[in-house]
Design a protein. Structure first.
Length: 220
């Protein structure tokens, strides 16, 4: 099932879909379902195998600016301010099973794997809480408690929800199909990889390393 406005995959049904069928690939898209919270490698392998698809098409598409109403774990940032860096963006919901079992732990794993690049300012990882269901439950207060409980230390943005709109603004801008979804943005601000659902993290790590190796065109 592909996401369209008014037709999206709920976080509750996502875990079941992962076990039943491979994910379809959207043009510039790639996403993750993390292993259990303890980051069990066997579970990670099982998820990768269950969601095995041909290497997603990697295109270059200009990344839109995100629209965040509030930041957790820091003063926040804009995509423009991150020009010259490789940016990993996780779109998630706190009650999404796939996010809790795969994408959140994978973000932690990548923070360790690319700790040097992050420390040197070459790479930034952040998450955006894109709520399209259960708005009353998935509120900022509960999200802040969730972030603390899960030990999430990187920037977490709350996607702006306009009055009368069911979908939040960044979700619409990036045309995400649900949660979890992952976007990888290169040093020039282009989306080089975006996917909803599951994928083999090892393949994406190769892409991340290649993007880190690309020379920045930012003027010194």
């Amino acid at each position: 099932m592909k996401f369209k406005q008014g037709n999206m995959i709920s976080g509750w049904s996502l875990a079941l879909l992962l076990m039943l069928a491979p994910f379809s690939v959207q043009a510039v898209t790639a996403s993750i379902l993390e292993p259990p919270l303890a980051l069990n490698q066997t579970a990670l392998d099982q998820v990768a195998q269950a969601s095995r698809v041909p290497t997603p098409i990697v295109l270059t598409q200009r990344a839109p600016e995100w629209d965040v109403s509030e930041w957790i774990n820091g003063p926040g940032t804009t995509l423009a301010q991150l020009h010259g860096k490789v940016v990993i963006v996780e779109f998630f919901q706190l009650w999404c099973p796939g996010c809790n079992k795969f994408s959140i732990p994978l973000m932690k794993q990548w923070q360790q794997k690319f700790a040097g690049e992050i420390r040197r300012g070459e790479m930034v990882m952040l998450s955006i809480h894109t709520v399209f269901e259960g708005h009353d439950y998935q509120n900022p207060k509960r999200l802040k408690a969730f972030v603390k409980e899960k030990g999430i230390h990187h920037l977490v943005g709350i996607d702006r929800q306009m009055k009368g709109e069911h979908l939040p603004e960044t979700m619409k801008a990036y045309r995400t199909r649900g949660t979890p979804e992952m976007a990888i943005i290169d040093r020039q601000g282009n989306i080089r990889f975006q996917k909803f659902g599951g994928f083999d993290p090892a393949r994406v790590e190769v892409l991340i390393q290649n993007l880190l190796n690309e020379k920045s065109m930012v003027k010194k």
